[in-house]
Ligand binder design. Structure first.
Ligand code: GUN
Length: 306
C-alpha cells in the first residue's frame, strides 16, 4: 500500500492554464494577440511529440502559434537568420527553439541569439544571470513548474533542505537557483558526488532530474520528504510495448515519501503550462515597452493558489 500523497500535476497545470487563458483574453481585449514561435530542427520523434503538444496547448489558451520546422541538415547560419527575423517581428512575443539541436549547430550560440525578452525558455544568459541574482526574469519552465508544485504541497519553503539530483542547464541548475531564492538550503548532487545517497536522505525536498529510469529508490529518501520526479523515460514493459517511467523508483519511494509526483501526470503538464505563462509575461513586457500601450504589469509571482 502506498503512503505518499500523489501530487496531481494535471490538475495544477489546468488551474494555471485557466489563469493564463484569462490573461490572454485581457491582452486580446487591449488589442494585443500574444504569439509564440516554436522552432524545431530535424525530425527527432520525441522532440516532434513535445512540439506538437506545445503547439496544441498554445492554441487552446488563445495564444497565436507559429511553428517553424527546419530540415535536419539546416546550417547554423540559417537558424540564426530565422531567429533574427523572429526577434525583429513585433507580432512575435515568445521564441522557443526545441532542444537538442543537430550536431552541426552550436546550441549555446543559438540560445544567446534569442532576444532575452522573447526567451520564454529562460535559457538566455541574461535570464540565467537574472535568476541567479534573484531578479525578475523569464524562468525555465520545468523548474518553474516543480517549484509551483512544491509551494502548493508545502506552502512556504524557507528553511527546508532541498536536494536537486542532476545539474543540467535546463533543470538542475535553475531548480537550485529557484529553491535558493525561496530560502531553502540547497545541495546539488551529480555523477561525481560522493555520499549522494546519504546526502539525499537528509533532504526535506528531493527533485530528481537525471534522465535514468528508477535511479532514486526509497533508500535515498527520508520518511516524510516531498519528492518531485522530473524524468520521462521510455522503457520496455516486457510485453513488447513501451511505457513512460520517471527517474524515481515510484513503488518504493511511495512507501516512505509524504508526497510524490507521478510520471506521467506530474511535472510534464506543468512544464507546458509554465511555457504559456512565460509567453503571457513576455507579451505583457513587450506591449508595455511600446509607446501608448498597456500599463506595465508586475512580474507574475511564482506562487500558485493552494
Ligand atoms: N528539450 C527538452 N526540454 C526542453 C525545454 O524545456 N525547452 C526546449 N527548448 N527544449 C527542450
Amino acid at each position: 500500500m502506498s503512503a505518499a500523497r500523489m501530487i496531481d500535476g494535471r490538475a495544477a497545470a489546468q488551474a494555471l492554464l485557466d489563469e493564463v487563458a484569462c490573461d490572454v483574453a485581457a491582452l486580446r481585449e487591449a488589442g494585443i494577440e500574444p504569439c509564440l514561435a516554436v522552432v524545431l530542427v530535424g525530425d527527432d520523434p520525441a522532440s516532434d511529440v513535445y512540439v506538437r503538444n506545445k503547439v496544441r496547448r498554445t492554441r487552446e489558451v488563445g495564444i497565436r502559434s507559429i511553428e517553424e520546422r527546419l530540415d535536419a541538415h539546416t546550417c547554423e547560419a540559417a537558424l540564426l537568420a530565422l531567429i533574427a527575423r523572429l526577434n525583429a517581428d513585433p507580432q512575435v512575443h515568445g521564441i522557443l527553439v526545441q532542444l537538442p539541436l543537430p550536431a552541426q549547430i552550436d546550441a549555446a550560440a543559438v540560445l544567446a541569439a534569442i532576444d532575452p525578452h522573447k526567451d520564454v525558455d529562460g535559457f538566455h544568459r541574461d535570464n540565467v544571470g537574472r535568476l541567479t541574482l534573484g531578479e525578475s526574469s523569464l524562468v525555465p519552465c520545468t523548474p518553474q513548474g516543480c517549484l509551483l508544485l512544491l509551494q502548493q504541497t508545502l506552502g512556504d519553503l524557507a528553511g527546508k533542505h532541498a536536494v536537486v539530483v542532476g545539474r543540467s542547464n535546463i533543470v538542475g541548475k535553475p531548480m537550485a537557483a529557484l529553491l535558493l531564492n525561496a530560502h531553502c538550503s540547497v545541495s546539488v548532487l551529480h555523477s561525481r558526488s560522493t555520499n549522494a545517497r546519504e546526502l539525499c536522505r537528509s533532504a526535506d525536498i528531493v527533485v530528481v532530474a537525471v534522465g535514468r529510469a528508477g535511479c532514486v529508490d526509497a533508500s535515498w529518501i527520508k520518511p516524510g520528504a516531498v519528492v518531485i520526479d522530473v524524468g520521462i523515460n521510455r522503457v520496455a514493459d516486457g510485453a513488447g510495448q513501451t511505457r513512460l517511467t520517471g527517474d524515481v523508483d515510484h513503488a518504493s519511494v511511495a512507501q516512505v515519501a509524504a508526497a510524490l509526483t507521478p510520471v506521467p501526470g506530474g511535472v510534464g503538464p506543468m512544464t507546458i503550462a509554465c511555457l504559456m505563462r512565460n509567453t503571457v509575461q513576455a507579451a505583457r513586457h513587450l506591449a508595455a515597452s511600446l509607446p501608448a500601450s498597456l500599463p506595465a504589469s508586475p512580474p507574475i509571482p511564482l506562487t500558485l493558489a493552494r
